[in-house]
Design a protein around this ligand. Structure first.
Ligand SMILES: C=CCOC(=O)Nc1nc2cc3[nH]c(NC)nc3cc2c(=O)[nH]1
Length: 372
């Protein structure tokens, strides 16, 4: 099967469940993508990531172009072979990270020049170069090269940035070419301005993409403003293509985004917070480094079937975090990614059964505030 396709299987209100079929495998939606920044989901073996239920993971163009370089990964057989992950991979275009991580950035109509945060070497990212890098990596879902304006920004700045991103979307499409079996996603911009988001959606639709991302969010606007934008932005995008919300989020952000029509998300939160001792459970958050866990024989979450909850006590997890043992980040990252995938599976089943409202009510009812 060399083609790719998106099939909607059920809807419940604005929430949808479906599947994205690619030659490397099927992605069940709504989907959560663990972040594998430097060709690894930190503290996890790839087979462990697969065991959590992840159908796809995310790679970062900015990091991989600097080290070990896309050319080297290509020579070694591509990113899937390199990191021993044979399911789908989505790579970002580098646009967002170059603006947040690189030094001495210079942005022009052509693209962005910058100095590596690793060794100070000079680099350039353009729509054309980003498409080339993502092709060399072999990623199954390629993202347009875009600019994500830092908020707060005034309306003129937001409009100007969005229109640049739309010109870059056309250049990305042209440079991507015709690649059966690979998908190119456009990225909607426009800040929190409904009319600018509509203009962006129309520009992307006219170019034509395999999927559409809602960009420019989860950049400090807060959940209320983000949900306000998600009341209209997903609906401005083609209904028969996947909708991807980048950088989201906490479990309640994810439930709220799926409720408003989002099909795919990615976030470093479950893995990053796992390494710092922050566990996410259906009853809320557990900061395992808190002294009150040091004699607690119970698992993190009685109902969780992950290896951390099946085989270890809170007391043990507390100990290995206090002792800064490597197993600490491994176990909590595994738990958090397992919990996130369980959340996605629960929503897929609830939407298919027309029970999303009940699922959402249970989700909120079970969660206590604060540390549990
Ligand atoms: C990441 C996949 C593909 O995205 C791109 O290639 N460009 C892009 N990335 C973003 C990443 C974000 N993370 C957050 N919060 C943590 N907000 C984000 C917004 C964007 C965005 O507007 N564009």
């Amino acid at each position: 099967m060399t083609k790719t396709s998106f099939t909607l299987q059920a809807t419940d209100g604005l929430a949808r469940t479906g599947r994205i079929d690619t030659p490397r495998g099927t992605i069940r939606t709504p989907a959560f993508m663990p972040v594998g920044t430097a060709a690894t989901v930190k503290a996890m073996m790839p087979e462990s990531v697969a065991a959590t239920g992840a159908d796809i993971l995310l790679g970062n163009t900015y990091h991989l172009m600097l080290r070990p370089t896309a050319e080297r990964i290509d020579r070694l057989g591509g990113l899937h072979r390199f990191m021993n992950w044979d399911k789908p991979i989505l790579t970002d275009s580098g646009g967002f990270q170059v603006m947040s991580l690189a030094d001495l950035r210079k942005l022009t109509e052509k693209g962005v020049t910058f100095k590596s945060h690793i060794d100070g070497s000079k680099h350039e990212l353009t729509p054309e170069r980003s498409m080339d890098i993502q092709r060399l990596l072999g990623s199954d879902i390629v993202m347009c090269f875009d600019e994500c304006p830092a908020l707060p920004a005034d309306r003129d700045r937001i409009a100007e940035s969005m229109r640049l991103s739309m010109r870059w979307a056309q250049r990305s499409r042209d440079a991507f070419g015709d690649r059966p079996g690979y998908m190119l996603f456009g990225i909607q911009q426009g800040g929190l301005e409904e009319d600018l988001r509509a203009e962006s959606a129309e520009a992307l639709r006219a170019i034509g993409f395999d999927g559409y991302a809602v960009g420019g969010l989860a950049v400090g606007e807060g959940q209320e403003a983000m949900f306000g934008c998600l009341e209209y932005a997903p609906g401005q995008l083609p209904e028969d293509k996947p909708r991807y919300l980048m950088g989201v989020g906490k479990p309640d952000d994810i439930v709220g985004a799926v409720k408003r029509g989002i099909d795919m998300m990615d976030c470093v939160l479950p893995s990053r917070s796992g390494r710092t001792g922050q566990a996410w459970t259906r009853r809320g958050q557990v900061n395992i480094k808190n002294a009150r866990h040091q004699d607690d024989p119970r698992p993190l979450d009685e109902d969780c079937t992950c290896p951390a909850c099946r085989n270890y006590s809170r007391a043990y997890l507390h100990h290995v975090f206090r002792a800064q043992e490597m197993i600490s980040g491994m176990l909590l990252t595994w738990h958090n990614l397992h919990y996130y995938q369980e959340l996605m599976q629960g929503m897929r089943e609830a939407i298919a059964a027309g029970q999303f409202a009940a699922f959402e009510a249970d989700f909120h009812a079970l969660r206590a505030e604060g540390d549990i």
